[in-house]
Write a protein that binds this ligand. Structure first.
Ligand SMILES: C[S@@+](CC[C@H](N)C(=O)[O-])C[C@H]1O[C@@H](n2cnc3c(N)ncnc32)[C@H](O)[C@@H]1O
Length: 304
């Protein structure tokens, strides 16, 4: 939803903006154009490929652009290291990029025969292969159920443990096949999504600690935005959206005292206001052009 994000960022020349999930820098270009000539654009991605790509693409903007190969959880430290107290816009376009899916050779796709890696930041130690080959069966069940909402988690984990006892599971295609075989045939054929979709999503979330990072980052939002500054978050599944929704609701409500208390004792005041109650969803046209956007939701909130 690049147009909707751009519209709701409400950018002005001179603004300071952060794109926390730079990816292919699709949102970045429009943002930079809107804040020139004196604005500052800060781009972050934990994937070095995205940073290298953006370096080339955005090189002509010189000092208006600063790029950081970091997790977005590091944003408070990044801002203080460059002497910035607050920003006008923060954008999060969560999940993985088309480039990671198609070209990274890190096993994000169940349709490709690639090493089972799934690390967005290859400086981290934990890979999908380590989880699949060394975690206890009950841990695998927990991951598939919690992060993939996979109803056949137990059957799948059991098959994985059986197969890895014969030979280490090293590629994405091997795993996809094991998952497919573990699911009852009547639940495989005629489904809208590939049978391994949920397991792959769950593994990616576990490898990159995606939900934990998002939850911790959302807590810092009011302290990072200037008054009137906005955050736009695009999420791709209900687990992400729930975290964003609950964090924003907490900032909107302010006071956390029990309802029957006659006066507020906690002292918390509202710090954010949501721009719309229900999240925006992509148009049919956008889904036609970019099927990966089909489950996306956009939430926007303003610092008050
Ligand atoms: C959906 S893509 C972003 C696409 C981008 N908005 C564009 O227009 O091309 C998500 C990107 O965010 C990065 N990413 C995901 N979680 C991150 C995190 N916690 N910290 C930093 N980067 C992250 C991924 O590496 C990926 O490149």
């Amino acid at each position: 939803m690049p147009h909707e994000v751009h519209e709701h960022q409400k950018l002005q020349p001179g603004n300071i903006c952060v794109d926390c999930t730079l990816g292919g820098a699709g949102h970045a270009l429009a943002t930079i154009q809107a804040i020139l000539p004196h604005g500052k654009f800060i781009g972050i991605d934990q994937d070095i490929d995205a940073i290298e790509h953006a370096k080339k693409l955005l090189s002509s903007f010189g000092e208006n652009v600063q790029l950081f190969h970091n997790n977005f959880i590091d944003l408070p430290q990044i801002l203080s290291s460059i002497g910035i107290q607050g920003v006008n816009s923060i954008v999060l376009d969560l999940g993985f990029s088309l480039n990671q899916l198609k070209n990274s050779r890190r096993g994000f796709s169940f349709n490709k025969n690639e090493p089972l890696d799934m690390r967005m930041d290859t400086r981290n130690n934990l890979s999908a292969s380590q989880i699949i080959n060394s975690y206890e069966e009950k841990e695998l069940v927990k991951i598939f159920f919690k992060f993939g909402e996979e109803r056949f988690s137990r059957r799948i984990a059991k098959q994985i443990v059986k197969k890895r006892g014969l030979k280490e599971i090293t590629t994405s295609l091997e795993l996809a096949q094991i998952v497919k075989n573990a699911i009852p045939a009547k639940n495989v054929f005629g489904q809208r999504i590939h049978p391994a979709t949920r397991v792959f999503q769950a593994l990616r979330i576990a490898v990159n600690s995606e939900l934990e990072k998002l939850e911790n980052f959302m807590k810092t939002i009011p302290s990072l935005l200037l008054k009137g500054g906005r955050i736009c978050v695009i999420s791709f599944h209900s687990l992400e959206d729930r975290i964003v929704k609950q964090a924003l609701r907490k900032f909107e409500e302010g006071c956390t005292c029990p309802k029957d208390l006659p006066v507020c004792l906690c002292g918390f005041v509202p710090t954010m206001k949501s721009i719309f109650r229900k999240p925006l969803i992509p148009t049919k046209n956008e889904i036609g052009i970019n099927p990966m956007a089909r489950s996306s939701k956009l939430r926007v909130a303003e610092r008050i």
